[in-house]
Design a protein around this ligand. Structure first.
Ligand code: BTN
Length: 262
């Protein structure tokens, strides 16, 4: 498939962006190592909350558990957002991020994505988006946090054998190109609304639970070297998974700790 030119720029994004905090300060790179690295650097320089870093290409994109996050040039949304959450908000950030991804896809297309606990967004059983949250917590104090989102908009998964079986993109499912700019604007708008809800003390767990495809399924959960098997019974208000183990115990698995092997 032919890859189109970049449809992202600071000026194009600013036009019609209706957010008040998220994306008010934009750093755009045609190529960078990882938007996470750039965002962490600007955090050191005291970047304002809501500063976003976007790139058309990453040479060292990373995912959870030290994995690589790969996307061909101009094909995906590669985004990092600087946030200053309190501990309570940090605990719920993965819910806000995954929900924002789902809502943005629903706003721009007629697709119905689902969330795979805790941090993946899937379409037709394949991963279309992943979230990476990097933060440090000292007691109740949370350092400025970088939230990374990779969203495969026009990616052709068959161009990389390592992801061809597990990844998809909006273009692959729809059979036509989708505007990254439109999805990105919708994503920033949805995220701001959800983040504001968290800041106002509202719970978004109910909304999140509705989009979770994992519940009711037999799963195995890997945490370090340990593996638990059981039924994904529910999630609590902080997004932790309640796993009914095969021996009958109910285990609370903290979001972000594990990889789920459905
Ligand atoms: C995962 O599912 O493992 C999380 C993937 C997160 C990828 C995004 S792409 C933008 C940002 N920059 C990175 O290097 N990683 C995140």
């Amino acid at each position: 498939m032919k890859q189109s030119k970049s449809d992202l720029s600071v000026a194009s994004l600013r036009k019609e962006l209706r957010t008040k905090i998220i994306g008010q300060n934009v750093l755009y790179y045609p190529v960078t190592s990882s938007t996470m690295d750039v965002a962490k650097q600007v955090v050191k320089e005291e970047a304002a909350e809501g500063t976003i870093v976007i790139a058309d290409h990453q040479t060292a994109g990373r995912g959870r558990f030290g994995r690589t996050w790969w996307a061909s040039s101009n094909s995906s949304i590669l985004l990092s957002v600087v946030l200053h959450p309190r501990l309570e908000e940090l605990r719920n950030l993965n819910m806000a991020a995954t929900l924002a991804v789902v809502q943005s896809i629903e706003k721009v297309t007629d697709l119905k994505p689902v969330i795979k606990w805790p941090n993946d967004v899937l379409i037709e059983g394949k991963k279309v988006s992943g979230i990476l949250i990097e933060s440090e917590v000292h007691g109740e104090r949370v350092s400025p946090t970088v939230m990374g989102i990779g969203l495969n908009v026009n990616l052709d998964p068959s161009s990389n054998p390592e992801i061809v079986k597990t990844a998809t993109s909006l273009r692959e499912v729809l059979g036509e190109e989708v505007s990254r700019l439109e999805v990105l604007r919708a994503l920033l708008g949805s995220f701001e609304e959800l983040y504001n809800a968290l800041r106002g003390g509202e719970s978004i767990a109910k909304l999140w639970r509705r989009q979770l495809e994992t519940l009711g399924k037999q799963v195995s959960v890997k945490c370090g070297e340990q593996v638990w098997q059981g039924r994904a019974e529910s999630v609590d208000d902080e997004g932790n998974l309640l796993l009914r183990c095969t021996d009958g115990r109910l285990l609370t698995v903290v979001a972000g700790e594990v990889t789920l092997q459905v």
